[in-house]
Design a protein around this ligand. Structure first.
Ligand code: SF4
Length: 510
């Protein structure tokens, strides 16, 4: 991937994606029109006359921070901003356990800002809470989460973090993610990574993390060669909360088979593991949208090359993803024969299942990369893709949507995270099954639509094992749709009849 130079890393507060990239959250048209609109910049002008709801970027930053081992999270906010910590803490414990780590509950504290703090400022409360977290829980890292209220009243969080950290055992760093600052929740990934690269050491410590080769070593030349080869052949793969341990295991299995070592960052890492981030020959993303911020930083500061090559879902994307890494190491021949063999086995396993999905009408909704990649993969199997609804669009999705526009130029695509638009569209399209972002299945069921989760961190989705499971899940859902059908008979929808008479995306304006 072409390297983009940036100078964001010296800034105390990272830029939101709305400023850094071409982004959009309101669009309807075909895949070809979407790409043209994104590339010409017209995406930036799109908006809605009415919004039912939107998401706070802080949730996604917290999702990442809760996975870090031996960390305490200080949410500098009114108490309500931390409400989703209860569920995030539980899911991160499961993720830790599945990766063979201690399933410790995430400790989080709130500064519980009151109306009076809005007048007098919350800096003192924050300082006291950081010190309490350090003394009481003895974490390695304290993440201070900066939300809307302190951003509005102007608390100098960076200065509080800097000065308080001088007296704490823990490394303290701030995640700047006030919800009002970005309409693109993916900004949260950059905010989290910014907090990591600003204050958490990313270089291994000699004799603690590795044994350096001394020049006095009689076998110096052999050992230094071995040491450098080990570093060069180590690939860091950047994970995401939606990517589970089974997916990590599947990719590790494939890359190990061609002779490459693999480590996963930055979720589910401890402070010691994070230090090893720069002991690698290559950084690789598993999602075009997730990691460009930190990969660019590691390229600029440590000269580690990186690859952002789609999400390895389905035959083509998985092949491309593995080959991009293999090409870097001049291991393409080995990789091609592995891929051919894996594909052959998967095609054989899928053969009896394909008649059950061929021609089925499918709509995919959720994150833009996963939706686009999965649409291409399933269309290759003969599924009748009737549309994509991406939650947002940004420049990082250009590559996937270029592929989509080439293969399926007339595929209907909407950029929307609005449930009222989705229900209207689904009533018109009447899909056999919907693949939809987690959290939406309750109200899809109430509206009578059979759905499958777009991702499930406890089940595989990636590469060969994952794609097989995706097909199996689709078939299972279509065979078991009576729950949704019956539920819809008894649940009253919140929308008026005249809303269904209007075009689903009629509120989108230029
Ligand atoms: S939008 Fe602001 S106030 Fe609301 S949860 Fe997010 S950070 Fe808190």
């Amino acid at each position: 991937m072409e390297h983009k130079e940036t100078n964001y890393y010296e800034q105390a507060i990272p830029p939101v994606r709305d400023r850094r990239l071409t982004v959009g959250d309101s669009f309807t048209g075909t895949s070809c029109e979407l790409l043209n609109c994104a590339k010409s910049g017209c995406m930036l002008k799109k908006n809605r006359r009415f919004w039912q709801a939107n998401t706070c970027q802080m949730t996604l930053s917290l999702m990442m921070a809760t996975t870090v081992e031996n960390a305490v999270i200080v949410v500098h906010a009114p108490i309500g901003c931390g409400s989703n910590m209860h569920s995030l803490g539980a899911s991160s414990s499961v993720g830790k356990a599945r990766r063979g780590k201690k399933p410790e509950t995430t400790v989080w504290l709130s500064t519980n800002l009151q109306e009076s703090d809005v007048i007098t400022g919350g800096e003192d409360k924050l300082r006291r809470t950081i010190i309490y977290a350090d003394r009481e829980f003895r974490p390695e890292i304290i993440f201070v989460v900066a939300t809307c209220t302190p951003a509005i009243i102007g608390d100098d969080i960076e200065e509080i973090v800097r000065s308080t950290a001088e007296g704490t055992c823990a490394t303290v760093t701030a995640i700047h993610c006030p919800g009002f600052k970005s309409r693109v929740v993916a900004s949260a990934y950059d905010s989290f990574y910014h907090s990591v690269l600003r204050r958490i050491p990313l270089e291994p410590v000699p004799y603690e993390d590795y044994t350096p080769v001394e020049q006095s070593d009689p076998d110096y030349l052999i050992n230094i060669h071995r040491f450098n080869a080990q570093k060069r052949l180590t690939v860091n793969i950047f994970n995401a909360t939606s990517i589970g341990p089974d997916d990590e295991g599947e990719l590790k299995r494939l890359l190990n088979a061609i002779g490459v070592n693999v480590r996963f960052f930055a979720e589910y890492c401890s402070m010691k593991e994070l230090r090893m981030m720069t002991f690698a020959g290559l950084n690789v993303s598993m999602c075009n949208l997730h990691d460009d911020y930190i990969l660019t930083y590691l390229k600029e500061k440590y000269d580690i090359p990186y690859i952002i090559a789609d999400m390895p879902i389905g035959f083509t994307a998985t092949r491309n993803w593995i080959l991009a890494i293999a090409d870097h190491y001049d291991l393409s021949d080995k990789a091609k024969s592995l891929i051919d063999q894996e594909e052959q086995e998967l095609r054989k396993a899928l053969e009896p299942l394909l008649p059950q999905i061929r021609g089925k009408r499918l709509l995919i909704c959720g994150g833009v990369i996963r939706s686009g990649t999965e649409a291409i993969a399933l269309k290759e199997l003969g599924v009748n893709m009737i549309g994509i609804r991406a939650y947002h669009y940004d420049t990082n999705a250009d590559e996937v949507f270029t592929g989509l526009a080439e293969e399926f130029p007339d595929l209907p695509v909407a950029v929307s995270n609005q449930p009222f638009e989705m229900i209207n569209q689904l009533r018109r399209l009447k899909p056999d099954v919907v693949i939809s972002h987690n959290g939406t299945h309750g109200w899809l069921a109430k509206a009578g639509f059979t759905s499958v989760q777009l991702f499930d961190a406890l089940k595989p989705c990636f590469a060969y094992t994952g794609f097989y499971r995706i097909v199996r899940r689709l078939i299972f859902a279509m065979k078991n749709s009576s729950y949704e059908t019956r539920l819809a008979q008894y649940v009253k929808q919140p929308y008026k009849a005249d809303w269904y008479a209007r075009e689903p995306y009629s509120y989108i304006k230029d």
